[in-house]
Design a protein. Structure first.
Length: 113
């Protein structure tokens, strides 16, 4: 499946995508207790979509990764389609793009004293 084919309310979605970015994790209260959630933007050659990452999934995915998403589902939230991983779904990292040392920076270096 490709991102252009995704519609709200779909389930059992499997697709391979490139991770563009991963947002800052935050704590939320759910009916199952407190959980960590972050949003990632993923893309393929047909478009981009938001992927909701929960709990252990947050640390699994990094920008630059190529991942296969299995058993995902979609919901519409605030007018946009979002992708989430089903209870029996998973994320498989197919390729990890390591950043070159010169492409990274330490925020502390830029802080004023």
């Amino acid at each position: 499946m490709q991102i252009k084919d995704i519609k709200p309310g779909m389930s059992n979605i499997t697709l391979t995508v490139y991770v563009v970015s991963v947002g800052r994790p935050r704590k939320v209260s759910t009916k199952y207790g407190e959980a960590t959630v972050a949003q990632a933007v993923v893309e393929d050659e047909t478009g981009t979509i938001t992927l909701n990452l929960w709990r252990d999934q947050v640390s699994l995915v990094k920008p630059g990764d190529v991942i296969r998403i299995e058993n995902a589902y979609t919901k519409e939230f605030r007018g946009k389609i979002e992708l989430s991983i089903g209870r029996n779904g998973r994320i498989v990292v197919l390729k990890r793009e390591e950043l070159e040392e010169e492409e990274t920076f330490d925020e502390e270096i830029f802080e004023e004293e």
